[in-house]
Design a protein around this ligand. Structure first.
Ligand SMILES: Cc1cc2nc3c(=O)[nH]c(=O)nc-3n(C[C@H](O)[C@H](O)[C@H](O)COP(=O)(O)OP(=O)(O)OC[C@H]3O[C@@H](n4cnc5c(N)ncnc54)[C@H](O)[C@@H]3O)c2cc1C
Ligand SMILES: NC(=O)c1ccc[n+]([C@@H]2O[C@H](COP(=O)([O-])OP(=O)(O)OC[C@H]3O[C@@H](n4cnc5c(N)ncnc54)[C@H](OP(=O)(O)O)[C@@H]3O)[C@@H](O)[C@H]2O)c1
Length: 481
């Protein structure tokens, strides 16, 4: 160990961060600005790896396109990466292009910030039917993810969305909104065209608990009422509150606000007799999914989604629910589950399959015996699970970097800390990595596409700030061109 202290004290500490979502960028920023680095105790040299050719993780490929204020967080992250003291290496996938052995050779420490991209499983009969989709896949599609098919089957008139979190609201809003309202956003053209042709009339969102147990947030809920030509429909029998609900309403501002909003909508809906809209968004509570059934009774060939069976639930006094034994069928032609994301295992590291995280203590990654693996750290959703906002990943990063700094004198030293060595290896393996300069080019290209479109359509007064480039090969070509 004394060797490592000697070797890393005479040169900058080499740190690899894997995943350039908010957690990875915040970790890089916090490490570069730490007192230890600022006061000249030691220097750091950071490489930020990313599987996509572009940075920003779920901000680019998760946050809904009609949330420009949140997408704007990239401006702050851009400033961090534009300083020039963190090297971005995109289109490089850990576990495929580089192994842990490679990282060990070139870096003294590795921080994994690989987030979560997949849907949590919903284990009910019929989940695999044609017309049953993962919300995360739909999100990836509408946000122009480079690795998902360009076409999305939007053929259903009636759609069920299962879940009561913010992703369920994003998915439902994107399905029910008229496409022309989304034209001003950065949605790719294929997404606009498919949404424009959607025959949807009714989107039903199902929560398994009550209105005081929702996981979404007030702003996102209220936003539903801003969609044009969409009525919100609620059901009085779903408005059940137990002792725990009353307590939550008393003590939690967010819950109180949301219950008030929902109750007001329920009252208004029954008072007003306005011209009905062409689309409806139904919010159901106390519905637990039991089965998705198909268009045929033939188990071997069940056809496509024809509906969902739910059990009506009742609150048990603690805010949890129990079944009532009453079952309700909703005929729909498509089902989207938005019941949470789930992290993916990382090669050569332990994995907690239940939580979808890399086992860790405050960000120090643990081995199978529960001991900290020297020099390996985690931050963001892969550390803590897929819950929380972009801002929360800053706190994760602070904690993880705190431990890394504590450990800095005992890290296993890289055999080849020369920053050029990893570049040589990427070349040797024929990996078409992208750089920060490449991202600046791609960013400018997407903005130019938006400006071109706006100029051509200026007569209609619609402006598009950006049009995303979707195919991975195009992203790479523009970045590296
Ligand atoms: C649909 C959706 C909408 C959201 N909307 C909002 C919102 O409006 N406001 C808000 O505050 N929060 C929102 N969130 C939450 C927010 O996105 C997360 O809190 C945040 O992105 C988590 O950051 P992260 O860096 O841990 O993970 P991510 O953002 O997922 O970043 C992880 C990065 O690691 C990369 N990666 C993964 N595996 C590898 C590998 N093997 N090799 C190299 N790179 C890899 C991924 O490509 C990705 O870029 C939303 C989440 C979702 C799912
Ligand atoms: N605009 C934004 O700020 C924004 C947008 C999107 C996402 N995010 C954030 O990203 C994180 C992830 O969001 P998320 O919506 O994916 O997850 P989430 O907030 O954890 O919500 C998951 C929802 O799915 C339900 N659920 C889970 N298992 C179920 C099952 N088997 N059957 C029926 N329902 C089930 C949960 O119900 P129970 O509560 O009963 O378990 C909950 O309502 C959250 O922190 C969210 O706030 C933020």
């Amino acid at each position: 160990m004394s060797n490592s202290a000697e070797s890393t004290s005479s040169r900058p500490l080499r740190v690899a961060i894997v995943g350039a979502g908010p957690a990875g960028v915040y970790a890089a920023d916090i490490l570069t600005k730490s007192n230890e680095v600022k006061d000249g105790d030691f220097q750091v040299s950071i490489d930020l790896f990313e599987a996509y050719p572009a940075p920003y993780g779920l901000i680019r490929y998760g946050v809904a396109p009609d949330h420009p204020r949140i997408k704007g967080i990239v401006n702050a992250l851009h400033k961090v990466l534009d300083r020039g003291d963190i090297r971005f290496l995109g289109n490089v996938t850990y576990g495929r292009d580089l192994t842990l052995h490679d990282f060990r050779a070139f870096y003294d420490a590795v921080i994994f910030s690989t987030g979560a991209i997949k849907d949590a499983d919903l284990d009910i009969p019929g989940i695999g039917l044609e017309g049953s989709f993962g919300g995360a896949d739909f999100v990836s599609w509408y946000d122009g993810h480079p690795d998902v098919p360009r076409d999305w089957p939007l053929e259903a008139k009636e759609i069920a969305v299962i879940g009561n979190g913010n992703v369920a609201l994003d998915v439902a809003r994107m399905l029910v909104k008229h496409a022309d309202e989304l034209l001003v956003t950065e949605i790719p053209d294929n997404v606009y065209r498919a949404l424009k042709d959607s025959p949807v009339t009714d989107v039903h969102v199902f929560g398994r608990r009550g209105p005081a147990q929702v996981k979404f947030t007030p702003l996102e809920l209220r936003e539903l009422s801003h969609a044009k030509d969409v009525d919100i429909v609620l059901y009085p029998e779903d408005f059940e509150f137990d002792e725990a609900s009353d307590e939550a309403i008393r003590s939690n501002n967010q819950i109180r606000t949301m219950v008030n909003t929902l109750t007001n909508w329920l009252v208004e809906e029954h008072a007003e007799a306005e011209e009905p809209s062409s689309r409806r968004l139904h919010l159901h509570f106390l519905h637990s999914p039991v089965e998705i059934y198909g268009t045929t009774d033939d188990a071997a060939n069940p056809g496509k989604v024809a509906g969902v069976k739910f059990e009506r639930m009742q609150l048990d006094g603690t805010g949890n629910v129990k079944g009532t034994g009453e079952f309700l069928d909703y005929p729909v032609q498509a089902v989207y589950r938005a019941i949470g994301y789930h992290g993916s295992p990382l090669d050569e590291l332990e994995y907690d399959a239940r939580r979808g995280v890399v086992p860790n203590e405050g960000g120090r990654v643990l081995d199978a015996e529960g001991n900290a693996v020297p020099g390996i750290y985690a931050t963001g959703w892969i550390k803590r699970g897929p819950v929380g906002l972009i801002g929360h990943t800053k706190g994760d990063a602070l904690e993880t970097i705190g431990f890394l700094l504590e450990d800095r004198l005992t890290l296993p030293p890289a055999q080849n800390p020369d920053p050029q060595a990893i570049i040589d290896l990427l070349h040797e393996r024929g990996i078409e990595y992208t750089t920060w300069e490449g991202w600046i080019k791609l960013d400018a290209h997407e903005l130019a596409l938006g400006a071109e479109w706006s100029a051509a359509e200026s007569a209609n007064g619609i402006e598009r700030e950006r049009i995303k480039v979707v195919p991975r090969e195009d992203m790479i070509e523009i970045s590296r061109g």
